[in-house]
Design a protein around this ligand. Structure first.
Ligand code: CDP
Ligand code: CDP
Length: 222
């Protein structure tokens, strides 16, 4: 069977990583969460007290940073320079700073270089903001996942509660709206639907329904 490349983009908490992981598992493909890569650099910059205003220092830091995404029982574990940061990169401090780090051209160039390298042999599901537009512009299948901001905030809230994390629904909604705005309005590779991407509004769909719809599109292509 032909091993295709699947690009999944969309705003925060639209369900990208949840469905991308399931689809990769069903197809025995590699799954790459590119958001985890930007979060990893942000985490290391905060740890090393590198100024988030200093593009050059952030780009230099990235060149000196090994980011490993390893398939694990609960999806994917993330290692920065050998240290497991899977949970640390989801903390509020990183979440609220990551859109600053990801706006810089020189940071994105190095991230995209690494991401293209992961995708070069096909058999991959990659999720992010610019996968269909910049990282794999010739992907065989491009999906743009959407859901209303209220639904996305509710989903993240439910996820936090289930993990026993503190969570404030109104604050989450504000954070998601701000991050979407920064990601959509930045100059370099903003969050945007690729012209040939298939848009899927998941507001009233379950995870299983979204997966089924995407799998249908995958099977048409392999
Ligand atoms: O999972 P969630 O939607 O909260 O975010 P994420 O996918 O982990 O991405 C975190 C941040 O990384 C985004 O808000 C973007 O600022 C940045 N990002 C990006 O610029 N380009 C990508 N391909 C992926 C993420
Ligand atoms: O990767 P992204 O930020 O786009 O979203 P996610 O982390 O995959 O999904 C955010 C939350 O929404 C997770 O807790 C999913 O289980 C949940 N979700 C859902 O309830 N219904 C969907 N159709 C998709 C995701």
């Amino acid at each position: 069977m032909k091993k295709i490349r699947i690009a999944i983009d969309g705003p925060a908490a639209a369900g990208k990583s949840t469905v991308a992981k399931i689809i990769a598992e069903k197809l025995s493909y590699i799954y790459i969460d590119t958001g985890a890569m930007y979060r990893s650099l942000t985490y290391k910059a905060l740890q090393n007290r590198v100024s988030l205003d200093n593009e050059h220092a952030l780009a230099e830091l990235l060149l000196d940073t090994e980011i490993k995404l390893v398939a694990s029982e609960n999806g994917q574990s993330v290692f920065v320079d050998g240290m497991n940061v899977t949970n640390a990169i989801r903390e509020a401090e990183v979440t609220n700073s990551v859109s600053i780090v990801s706006k810089y051209r020189s940071v994105r160039e190095e991230m995209v270089r690494r991401q293209k390298d992961f995708a070069k042999n096909g058999g991959i599901v990659m999720d992010g903001r610019d996968i269909g537009t910049h990282v794999i512009p010739n992907a065989e299948l491009k999906i743009f996942l959407l859901a209303s901001v209220d639904e996305r905030a509710e989903r993240r809230h439910a996820e936090n509660i289930s993990k026993g994390f503190p969570s404030d629904l109104n604050k989450l909604k504000e954070e998601i709206e701000l991050r979407d705005k920064l990601d959509s309005e930045r100059e370099v590779a903003p969050l945007r639907k690729a012209e040939d991407a298939i848009e899927l509004d998941t507001t009233s769909l379950s995870i299983g329904e979204v997966v089924d719809k995407i799998m249908h599109l995958v099977l048409e292509r392999i």
